[in-house]
Ligand binder design. Structure first.
Ligand SMILES: [Zn+2]
Length: 248
């Protein structure tokens, strides 16, 4: 069966920047990707006189180009850029999208990260979207009694197998992206309004090197992967069983 992947990120370009190489590799193995994008990226301009509609139109166009390179479907949720909060409204919307797409793997931002690389304050939208996605996945997405109006509208409970947190400081999974690094740069080049490509190339090369260092990979993306399942007790049982096997 084809692996279905849903990404839940705050802005157009986040999926490509944080997980572009990994998504390309998974697509090469036959996966189908759905890009859930919570905001329209309407603050993504350096020109204060530019109209919001112009910015949104450009970002939709750039995202469509990048999505075409991944063969992905884009799902716009339409929240305002820079103003996202982990509300029940957003949680419900994410439950709806997860139940609609019915993925095995969900990607989102690591909501616990405030700072990275000693130079970067994590965007509050990233933390908010990550938190709302985690709270949608447990337990709302699998409980028919939560947001019962979704079930009534045909969005039946669904439990993905794995959650992959991107932009994390606590990775436990390293994906080799050396073979798709140029393709990842081409994805980022689609978002021309966001990335001056000469600088971006240097920065993303260094990020890939840094991510790969703990595993001796020349270029990687790293993630904190969380196993999901219908019953927490079963997940914990298999966790402890596999640890005991490793010790034997
Ligand atoms: Zn972002």
């Amino acid at each position: 069966m084809e692996t279905r992947i849903l990404t839940v990120f705050a802005h157009p370009d986040d999926a490509e920047a944080l997980a572009g190489g990994t998504l390309l590799s998974m697509v090469n193995q036959g996966a189908k990707v759905f890009l859930g994008i919570v905001t329209d990226g309407d603050k993504g301009t350096h020109d204060p006189t530019e109209k919001k509609e112009q910015v949104v139109a450009r970002r939709h166009k750039e995202q469509a180009q990048a999505a075409a390179m991944i063969g992905a479907e884009v799902l716009w949720l339409g929240f305002e850029d820079g103003m996202v909060q982990p509300t029940l409204e957003l949680r419900k919307e994410l439950v709806r999208v997860i139940r609609q797409v019915r993925p095995q793997i969900v990607f989102t931002h690591d909501p616990t990260v405030w700072f990275r690389h000693g130079t970067y304050i994590n965007h509050p939208d990233h933390r908010a979207v990550g938190q709302a996605a985690v709270e949608a996945l447990y337990p709302a997405v699998k409980k028919a009694g939560m947001f019962p109006e979704l079930g009534a509208a045909g969005f039946a409970p669904h439990v993905p197998e794995e959650l992959w947190l991107a932009g994390t400081d606590q990775p436990n999974r390293w994906m080799d992206i050396a073979h798709v690094f140029e393709q990842k740069m081409a994805l980022l080049a689609c978002h021309a309004s966001q990335f001056p490509m000469e600088k971006a190339r240097v920065v993303f090369r260094r990020l890939a090197e840094e991510a790969g260092r703990p595993r001796g990979l020349p270029a990687a993306e790293s993630f904190r992967v969380i196993q999901l399942g219908a019953r927490t007790v079963d997940l914990l049982a298999s966790h402890f069983t596999s640890h005991e096997e490793q010790q034997e």
